[in-house]
Design a protein. Sequence first.
Length: 250
Amino acid sequence: MASEGGHGGSHGHSHAHGHSHGGGKGNPNKDAWDKHQADYDKDSADFVAKAVPMMKKLLAGAGMTFDEDRKALDFGAGTGNLAIPLATSFCGHVTAVDLSEGMLAHLKKKIQSTDIENRFRIICAELGPGDVVKKPSDQKRHVKEGDYDLVLCSMVIHHVPDRKKIIEMFKSMLKPGGVLMIYEFEATPQAKEMMDTKKESHGVFHDGLTPMAFLELMTSAGMKTIHAEHAFAFSFGKESYKVLAGVATK
């Protein structure tokens, strides 16, 4: 089955880890993130410090305020660095999806015994188009078609061989008028150099996105009201990487 995903942190590669395609057995991306989970929040700190306020600004700009009935899905939620602010500021229900049990264990620990714990549904799986169904029967991985007001995908797209297919999957999850928000590496020489070193170990298939490439990708998947911008740069080790933020509606 086609599978995709990621973590909502940063890389460098400390980033988002996404699901690469591959069906789970010997998946280099899953293995890399399971190993990396202990250091993930520390390594992602600069990314998260910039990504959270930017996310809040863009979603507020899309007309979102907190709504108890609003549903979001964070695809590649990792340790919850973006999913938790979604639950506190925008959404009464958050589905956090990731392929790394270790990452999700950190998320569970963060929300345990808090007033947002019951807002979360956590799915540890390589979610693919076949898991987005009209009548969910597998509670461990199925999500309902057209059920979400917001889908967030942070630093994952470069892990996915067929980018158009994953955008179409996100679109199928959204209600009419629902919002898709994406963070991704901007296609820069620094990003390409880093990606080239991670192709095998992390299942990397692309070198990032430009605003024009984001526009073309969203248009090809039939998304509307498309906006992309140079969001921020974050430090990882001795390097700095630029991040593109994009928003589109169904």
